[in-house]
Every structure is written in C-alpha cells, then in structure tokens.
Design a protein around this ligand. Structure first.
Ligand code: FE2
Length: 278
C-alpha cells in the first residue's frame, strides 16, 4: 500500500510538472485505473500505516476535520494521496477547490452529481440559482470518479455501508479558490476563510454579552454566513436572538429575501434523506 501510494504520487507529480493541474482530474483517474490499489488495500494495513514513522508530517487534514478518519498516505510536490473512512451518512452538497479523482476501496457510495446555474449574486460569496440533479451513480469498490475544479463537479456522496473507504488522489487546495456548499433550495455559499472567521468572532462576542451590531462594519456576507450557521441553534441568549433578528432584517432589506424560508426548504429535504438512514 505504502509503496504503491508513493509510486502514484511520483507519477502525479511528473504529470503536473509538465502539464499543470488543469487536466489532473483525468490523469488521476487514469493512473488509479492503471494501478490497482484495491489489490493492495487492507483496513488492517491502514491501521498500521496510521502510526508509521513520519506519518504526522505529511497529513493534510487533522483527525475529524474531514470524514470519520482522514489519512494522507503519501505526499509529493504537487499532489498527494489520501484515504477517507466514512461511517454510514451523506455529505453536504459541495464542490472542490482542488482537482483529482477518488476511488472506492471498500463499502459503497451513491454519488449524486449536480449542475448549478447562478441567477442572483448575494454579496461576494453567496448566490442564488438553480441546482439540478444531473446523475446518480453507484460507486462500489474499484469504481473511480474524477473531481474537476469547483462548479464543474458538484456532488453529494451518500456512504451507504457502515464503513466506506475512499482513496482520493488530489492536488493541494488551489490558491485563491474556495470550496462551496449548496442548499437544495438553490443557495450557493463559498467557504471564505475571512468571512468564516468574522462569523466565529460574532458568535464569540455574543456569548460575552449584548452587541450593538449597527456600530460594526458588517457586510451582506457576514449576515448570510451568520444566519446559515445560526440555523437550528436553540438558544435563550437574548443577544443571540437580537443578532438573528438584525441579520434577517438586513438580508430581507438588501435582497428581498427570506433566508429562513430557504433554510427550512433545505432542511425538509435533509429530513427526507435522513429518514433513509435511520
Ligand atoms: Fe467531494
């Protein structure tokens, strides 16, 4: 496993050094199909590899940052090979700020791919549009799926077994690109690190006491990001309730939009999906 991981990464590096990363999703899929990783994979070996010498220095994700267990197996200059272990559950609908391909090694995925047509821009990192389901495919052990950049590949992966393990052959995050999540009701929101940090700061300040939001230099993105994250939080904190009011009003005024309705619509779809997992 270890040896093949290093071989794939060095082949990937060679390709990217010559061609750049634009077509790497196709090359990664080709390299995965030419090198049969399924034949060397075992969960037992994965457990041992997680503690091999120097493994810490090549990790891309921290434990639980992505999937139920992420593990970087090998890292090159311009690409790396990750394993993601999933318990039975769906991901959110998302795109990617990297390119590559994934292959199921164990378990089963049902992969839903979508297209998105933006209709209205809301701030810099949010937009409204039509999200359409384009394809549903079963991704069992051995099946490979290319991951193209951003909205060229939008998907939701349903991990259908108690344990699903996917291999992901990918570039690092591409500079200046942000991952986006999508609501069934058509809201697209980019995970901009600065906006996320500002939202976190608002939440922390609200815990410290009342906050006069009118006096702060808050943008439409701040309002939308706060409301998305505040959705479903039941809190008696009056500062939190006032902030929710304030931001809802700001969004209603600026965009003639009731974000709560969009979030409710999305949530009812999620409830239907969750029912299949219970
Ligand atoms: Fe994904």
């Amino acid at each position: 496993m270890d040896k093949l991981a290093r071989k794939l990464v060095s082949l990937g590096d060679r390709f990217i050094a010559k061609n750049g990363h634009r077509k790497f999703h196709l090359e990664a899929a080709k390299l995965l199909s030419e090198n049969n990783f399924c034949s060397v994979y075992s969960l037992d070996q994965l457990r041992s590899l997680s503690f091999k010498k120097n493994i810490e220095s090549i990790q891309n994700y921290r434990a639980f940052e992505f999937s139920d267990l992420p593990l970087t197996l090998a890292r090159g200059e311009d690409c790396f090979l990750d394993l993601y272990v999933w318990r039975r559950r769906p991901t959110v609908i998302h795109n990617h700020h990297f390119v590559g391909a994934f292959q199921c090694l164990e378990g089963s995925n049902v992969d839903l791919s979508f297209s998105f047509k933006a209709k209205k821009k809301l701030g810099s990192f949010h937009s409204l549009g039509d999200l359409k389901l384009e394809e549903t495919r079963k991704v069992d052990a051995g099946v490979i799926v290319p991951i193209d950049l951003q909205d060229k590949f939008i998907h939701q992966n349903h991990h259908h077994h108690d344990l699903t393990v996917n291999l992901c052959f990918r570039t690092p995050d591409i500079s200046g690109k942000r991952i986006a999540n999508f609501l069934y009701s058509g809201l697209r929101y980019e995970k901009d690190p600065v906006t996320l940090a500002r939202t976190e700061r608002i939440f922390r300040l609200l815990k410290l006491g009342p906050l006069d939001l009118k006096k702060l230099n808050l943008s439409a993105d701040d309002a939308l990001s706060f409301l998305i994250q505040a959705y479903g939080i039941n809190s008696d904190n009056s500062a939190f309730q006032a902030a929710k009011e304030f931001f809802s009003l700001k969004v209603r005024k600026e965009f003639k939009l009731n974000l709560e309705d969009l979030l409710d619509e999305h949530e009812s779809q999620i409830d239907l999906i969750q029912a299949n997992y219970n």
